[in-house]
Write a protein that binds this ligand. Sequence first.
Ligand code: FAD
Length: 318
Amino acid sequence: MKVIDYLKRSPGETIVSFEILPPLKGGSMNDIFKLLDPLMEFNPPFIDVTYHREEFIYQKKESGYYEKTAIRKRPGTVGICAAIMHHYKIEAVPHLICGGFSREETENALIDLNFLNIKNVLALRGDAMQFETKFKPEQGGHHYAVDLVKQIHSMNRGVYLDSNIENGSKTDFCIGIAGYPEKHFEAPNMEMDIQYLKEKINAGGEYIVTQMFFDNEKFFEFEQKCRAAGIHVPIIPGLKPLTRRYQLNSIPRRFFVNMPDDLVKSVNQAQSDDAVRQAGIEWCIQQSRELLDRGVPCLHYYTMGDAETTKKVVSAIA
Ligand code: FAD
């Protein structure tokens, strides 16, 4: 079933979903099952699986010189999605990015997904590679997520890149896209960012999943601005409980989001690692309860490999 159908099924009812990362190379599918098993009691209709492109590392060679090598530390997104669907009989949503893919490679990846009966994708641009100052598309690849959405939408109409294909079979992907309650860091302002968001909807995006945020007001303002701009698709808030003191700095640096004063205060007042984690969990529970009261269609939790913390939050609101 498509994510959009779950979101539309019962107006006023809120579903819960989770995002997971593929294990580091060398890990096993059991690592994923161990993470997801404790979360299944919340009946998530879908699980998102992130995509990680290659990173550069410097490897020491016998000569003593270092060589720059590209490796993928977390491969396996598509295989993990297929395994989740088979094991739990729920939907899995692979993240698909522009970075590192030519259009042909994207088309081939979509054909694989279609053959695996994976009906949902989250279409993203991806970030700049390490050591690059800005995002560079692959040769023959997409510059922006909107172009990827257009390609998927074309395949949904049976249009493939190869113009010799006549009557190509139509795929039936439900396309999710990303939104930023505190603005994407590269956008000149919120209005432009929302205009580009709207282009992704016009191109075929059916729902929005947001970047994590810690101040619900930012989400409500964003939602209001989207509606005012004529964006009427479901908007799913993305949530992550803060668990370590250093995240007060690392999360804003990595995700360009603000930490509210009260959260910073309660984390700084915490006297132990456990107390910091508890403060983060309580904050996320409060956020979740308020969002539930406002009738969001879904609460989407970034697990980042930590099922126990996520479970504490969701148990408190279930
Ligand atoms: P876009 O929508 O292309 O936007 C990127 C920037 O370009 C924005 O500033 C936008 O305002 C601007 N822009 C858009 N269109 C145009 C245009 N036509 N002209 C000029 N400017 C334009 N990354 C991964 O690598 N793997 C993942 O699995 C992953 N999952 C994610 C899940 C969620 C829910 C979110 C919110 C992010 C995720 N990311 C992931 C990170 C994402 O790839 C980055 O945030 C990336 O920098 C932007 O992706 P996007 O799809 O929002 O890009």
